[in-house]
Design a protein around this ligand. Structure first.
Ligand code: HEM
Length: 153
């Protein structure tokens, strides 16, 4: 049972970290096209991918992580590497909910009704830059948590 929960946990990590990195790549790739309809489509895709993969990854990560800890009788607030993993996860989640999701919604609203040839509002480019910077900032705790969980420090 322990291995099954741990498996679900690691699949969750792969889905979550994979989604946040590759979604950012496609969004930036679309922005570079400078075509409003391409950008609008990709910006919408970011939101859909969040609903599908970020949420799925979070659920699997939590169910698998806490499930494994329960089955393996690991103290979730007593082991250094577990506590650090939990704190890093919460930190990343707060940046996602507090900064990234509002930025995604604002970007979507700014471009969704644009037609080919329309100019892209300046506010969109400002939000796109902020979104990329904060997206990288939010990914770092997840990468750090991966190392902490493997090295158990
Ligand atoms: C949110 C709270 C978390 C809990 C309760 C939790 C719990 C656990 C548990 C119980 C294990 C099994 C340890 C073992 O048998 O080796 C584990 C392994 C692992 N966790 Fe977490 N974890 C959490 C967050 C994270 C996060 C945020 C990441 C990375 C984004 C992560 C990545 C990993 C990895 C890669 C392993 C496999 C380590 C190995 O086999 O050496 N965990 N975690």
């Amino acid at each position: 049972m322990y291995e099954i929960f741990k498996f679900l946990h690691v699949v969750g990590v792969v889905v979550l970290v994979g989604n946040v990195t590759i979604t950012a790549f496609w969004k930036v790739f679309a922005d570079l096209s400078r075509q409003p309809t391409v950008i609008a489509y990709a910006t919408r895709g970011v939101i859909v991918a969040d609903w599908l993969f970020t949420l799925l990854g979070i659920v699997l990560l939590l169910v698998g992580g806490f499930g494994a800890a329960y089955v393996g009788a690991l103290p979730v607030f007593g082991l250094g590497w577990l506590v650090v993993g939990e704190v890093l996860f919460v930190l990343s989640g707060l940046i996602w909910i507090g900064i990234l999701v509002p930025l995604q919604i604002r970007q979507d609203r700014a471009v969704r009704s644009l037609q080919p040839g329309d100019s892209i509002p300046k506010a969109y480019w400002r939000d796109a830059r902020l979104w990329l910077i904060w997206g990288i900032v939010a990914t770092l705790p997840l990468v750090a948590a991966t190392y902490v969980m493997i090295a158990k420090i």
